[in-house]
Ligand binder design. Structure first.
Ligand code: GLN
Length: 540
């Protein structure tokens, strides 16, 4: 039987519950335990696949093609938790399952209600992780903030699960905020007291409280929180802001959070070393002072989390090159409106240009201008998914001379559909979960830049798109210097293109950012940054 850790949040959202959960997973792995992390999202969408990045942030894709919450990206980067569609439970999915059962007649005349039918389904889905993955510890992060109407069924389900198991099997770690009030000159504990009060109202008593602060937690505040929130004083853990997010597991370990959890869950002491590689990565990251500026051209730049995995993969790559990453988010809409000099003004300040994935025509011509600038000025370019498709269209128009070339996503009537739906793909129908999703194989062309980066001949990467490179144009492209350096052997689909005569111009149809870790940077990101650094040196 696995042990369960439920992670809830109070006071405000954006406390970094995902990173905190992942970091708890990490310190328990350092103790020799296997973990699986599950995210419960209280919204009614079945998955975040159809949500606007402005509302939701990045959609993280797993090997099995599930479109999931971006917290699963944190779980991947910090831990070895298995990840699949099982790890993300939404209210939409829960209700869909229950309503399907009701229509089939499975409830035999029962009135179907939130308690017990919805809560039973939540419990079943949570336990599926334990059954499938057979890990020592399942960590369940409940999205939203305690007090939200939406998350109540999830909290009720964990209350029941706690009640159904013995005390040493489950704990609740509650994350809150201690705001510093300037005029009073102190950290305030009242919002934390209220949020724990809310939890206790519905029958949940947290065993461990983690409090986010921007300064040290004094003994008096700790005692006060312990007294008013009914937790032991040593179980009030300070979670102070850090310089680098990958430092958090090390900080948690320093505060002996791992031992505290093990004591509560009656877990035997196993090995206890923080891995050296991780510690080293954090040390390097903090020591690096030489900045490299990379421009990310996209349309969701105002939202911090829209390209989360891309941002993190770039940071991992910078660490691997002993550099500090400065991300310059460039609005594709603005580039679209700018003339050549305007584009140059914006892009000449960065050492490399990356265009991430995206959907829809807005800002597309701005992205096209960025690719053209990178190609003509020999600036390292990394295209991801849509970033590959615009690279192909730009090359078709400006190098192959295919006038009006386009993706049929943006101009269905184009005479040169260099990116299009392929035979057998349907252009109509449902939007949710209907793309080419998840892991596909990619064979690399010997001697190509991609093959050199990966250092192997075959790789598998995750996809999330509808449109493809149109193989009818392969010959024209190769003749003009853009080669197909990665091919999916089954569908003969183009997975990677690169320009031969360019310092580093690689564009991929898949999403390599989902498989980068701080201590295992993705080879393509690593070499993109190496090339950008090389250029930086030459320019300086
Ligand atoms: N909109 C493009 C497609 O559907 C690219 C998708 C993406 O970048 N994830 O093919």
């Amino acid at each position: 039987m696995a042990k369960y850790i439920y992670i809830t949040g109070g006071v405000v959202s954006s406390l970094g519950k995902g990173i905190a959960s992942a970091s708890i997973g990490k310190i328990l792995e350092w103790r020799g335990y296997s973990v699986a992390l599950v995210k419960c999202d209280p919204y009614i969408n079945v998955d975040p696949g159809t949500m606007n990045p402005y509302q939701h942030g990045e959609v993280y894709v797993t090997d099995d093609g599930a479109e999931t919450d971006l917290d699963l990206g944190h779980y991947y980067r910090y831990t070895r938790s298995p990840l699949s569609k099982i790890n993300n439970i939404t209210t939409g999915k829960v209700y869909q399952n229950v309503i399907d059962k009701e229509r089939r007649g499975d409830f035999l005349g029962d009135t179907v209600q939130v308690i017990p039918h919805i809560t039973n389904e939540i419990k079943k889905l949570i336990r599926l992780a334990e059954k499938t993955y057979k890990v020592d510890i399942v960590l369940v992060e409940i999205g939203g903030t305690v007090g939200d109407i939406e998350s109540l069924p999830f909290l009720e389900a964990i209350r029941q699960m706690k009640n159904e198991s013995d005390q040493a099997s489950t704990i609740n770690v509650h994350l809150t905020l201690l705001p510093f009030i300037k005029s009073a000159g102190e950290l305030k504990t009242k919002p934390t007291q209220h949020s724990v009060g809310k939890l206790r109202e519905i029958g949940l008593q947290p065993e461990i409280l983690m409090v986010r602060t921007d300064r040290p937690l004094e003994k008096s505040s700790r005692s006060k929180i312990a007294l008013f929130c009914n937790v032991r004083e040593e179980c009030v853990v300070e979670a102070r802001d850090v310089e680098n997010v990958y430092e958090i597991p090390l900080k948690f370990r320093e505060s002996r959070l791992d031992e505290m959890i093990m004591r509560h869950l009656k877990l035997k002491k196993k090995s206890s070393a923080a891995d050296r590689k991780w510690t080293r990565v954090v040390e390097i990251a903090k020591a690096n002072k030489n900045k490299i500026k990379i421009g990310i051209v996209g349309k969701y730049i105002k939202l911090q989390d829209a390209y989360k995995s891309v941002d993190e993969a770039l940071k991992h790559a910078a660490i691997a090159n002993n550099l500090d990453m400065e991300l310059v988010k460039i609005d594709s809409d603005k580039l679209e409106k700018a003339d050549k000099a305007g584009v140059e003004k914006v892009l000449s300040s960065v050492s490399g240009i990356l265009i991430p994935g995206g959907f829809g025509p807005r800002g597309i011509e701005g992205k096209m201008a960025a690719v053209r600038y990178a190609r003509e000025n020999r600036v390292p370019y990394f295209g991801i998914c849509l970033g590959m498709q615009v690279a192909v269209v730009e090359f078709a128009r400006n190098v192959c001379g295919l006038e009006g070339a386009d993706s049929t996503e943006f101009r269905p009537e184009t005479h040169h559909p260099v990116i299009s739906l392929l035979p057998g793909q349907s252009s109509d129908g449902k939007k949710g979960g209907t793309m080419r999703l998840g892991l596909y194989r990619c064979d690399l062309k010997k001697g190509s830049r991609a093959a050199k980066s990966y250092g192997v001949e075959k790789v598998s990467e995750r996809h999330r798109h509808r449109f493809e490179f149109n193989p009818g144009y392969k010959k024209v492209f190769e003749k003009k210097g853009m080669i197909l350096s990665g091919i999916n052997p089954k569908g003969k689909l183009a997975e990677i293109v690169e320009i031969k005569d360019h310092p580093w111009f690689v564009a991929v149809q898949f999403h390599p950012e989902f498989k980068s870790r701080p201590d295992e940077p993705h080879p393509l990101f690593r070499d993109f940054i190496a090339s950008a650094a090389h250029r930086l040196k030459n320019v300086m």
